[in-house]
Design a protein around this ligand. Structure first.
Ligand SMILES: Cc1cc2nc3c(=O)[nH]c(=O)nc-3n(C[C@H](O)[C@H](O)[C@H](O)COP(=O)(O)OP(=O)(O)OC[C@H]3O[C@@H](n4cnc5c(N)ncnc54)[C@H](O)[C@@H]3O)c2cc1C
Length: 299
């Protein structure tokens, strides 16, 4: 199937997923929408990254997804590329997946047999593989809209400011008690494993705590101990988690009044600062990723 064609044409050129037949679905205008349905934001199978950026519902109730869409490629890619295409390609470096996981989303698959709904975390079965049958189409992505007491955010480390594939991407969401303590947290990280992964120990660690730098620095340790092979990423995650939650702790009033300029403001003030700090460890990260990729290939 071809929607935006920004992934599928590259894959065909490289001999990945070779096929004799391409079905262009771009004429299915009924799949091109982003709308609110109760406590969900429903994104049609042909909605583009720019459609998400343009949606007031997404900007106010799914900020981390908006931040991720703003980071995808360049304006041309965001105009053509769809969220459905992004999740079906199923690369752990695809930017919208971590926020969709952290926010809590479902994928509606359609075929002649009817519709079935799959939780986003169950949608991915491995590196670039999904539960989709060959005759199924992503009809909708249903995202749980954040409530007034919730905050969400997305951070991406790339090797340049634009058109960069993620080296690490992190999406986080927290629900806060009235006194500012964390009720519950969901954190999803991309590029560190064959699929986007949740970090349950770090999520549990945050419950009942206030979001201050000390809390967020401390929380990177338990998760990294669990995943021993990623220990050398500790420094990077310290900064990512601290910044992600530091933003939520310090700027939640601001986040409550999101404007169209928010992604740029957010990027200017935070992402590039984090990027600078992280550059020092980038070489180590890449060396380790190459080693990890070889281990994944060998297994
Ligand atoms: C220069 C460049 C920069 C990029 N930068 C980024 C980036 O920063 N971050 C990022 O995450 N990605 C990036 N991408 C990758 C790509 O643009 C995105 O993944 C995009 O969202 C793919 O959507 P698409 O509509 O173009 O998918 P397509 O290429 O049309 O399709 C991709 C896959 O999804 C399937 N598919 C598409 N729609 C459906 C549907 N509705 N139902 C079932 N299957 C479907 C296709 O069959 C194919 O297997 C970049 C690509 C390029 C070329």
């Amino acid at each position: 199937m071809v929607s935006g064609g920004t992934d599928v044409l590259v894959e065909l050129q490289r001999g990945v997923k070779p096929t004799q037949t391409l079905i262009d679905i771009t004429a299915l205008e009924s799949l091109k929408y982003v709308r609110r349905e109760g406590d969900e934001i429903v994104i049609g199978g042909l909605a583009t990254h720019n459609d998400v950026l343009a949606s007031q519902d997404c900007r106010s109730r799914a900020l981390s997804l908006v931040q991720a869409c703003a980071e995808v490629g360049a304006p041309q890619i965001r105009t053509r590329g769809t969220l459905a295409g992004n999740i079906v390609t199923a690369s752990p470096a695809n930017d919208t997946i971590a926020p969709l996981v952290a926010l809590g989303s479902k994928v509606v698959l359609r075929s002649e047999r009817g519709d079935r709904t799959v939780d986003i975390e169950a949608f991915f079965t491995g590196f670039r593989t999904t539960v989709m049958a060959p005759d199924e189409l992503v009809a909708q992505i249903r995202v749980r809209a954040t409530q007034p007491d919730e905050r969400s955010t997305f951070l991406k480390l790339g090797l340049r400011r634009a058109q960069a594939i993620s080296v690490i991407a992190l999406a986080a969401g927290v629900a806060l008690e009235k006194d500012g303590r964390v009720q519950c947290a969901r954190i999803a990280i991309g590029c560190v494993a064959p699929t986007i992964v949740r970090v349950p120990k770090a999520e549990a660690f945050l419950a009942g705590k206030k979001l201050i730098s000390f809390t967020t620095s401390a929380m990177s340790e338990p998760w990294l101990n669990e995943q021993g092979q990623w220990l050398s990423l500790r420094y990077l995650f310290d900064h990512y988690l601290t910044h992600a939650f530091g933003m939520q702790a310090d700027e939640h009033v601001h986040f409550g009044n999101v404007t169209t300029g928010m992604p740029k403001l957010w990027a200017d003030r935070h992402l590039y600062a984090v990027e600078q700090q992280a550059k020092a460890v980038c070489a180590t990260v890449l060396t380790n990723r190459a080693g990890a990729a070889a281990r994944v290939a060998a297994s």
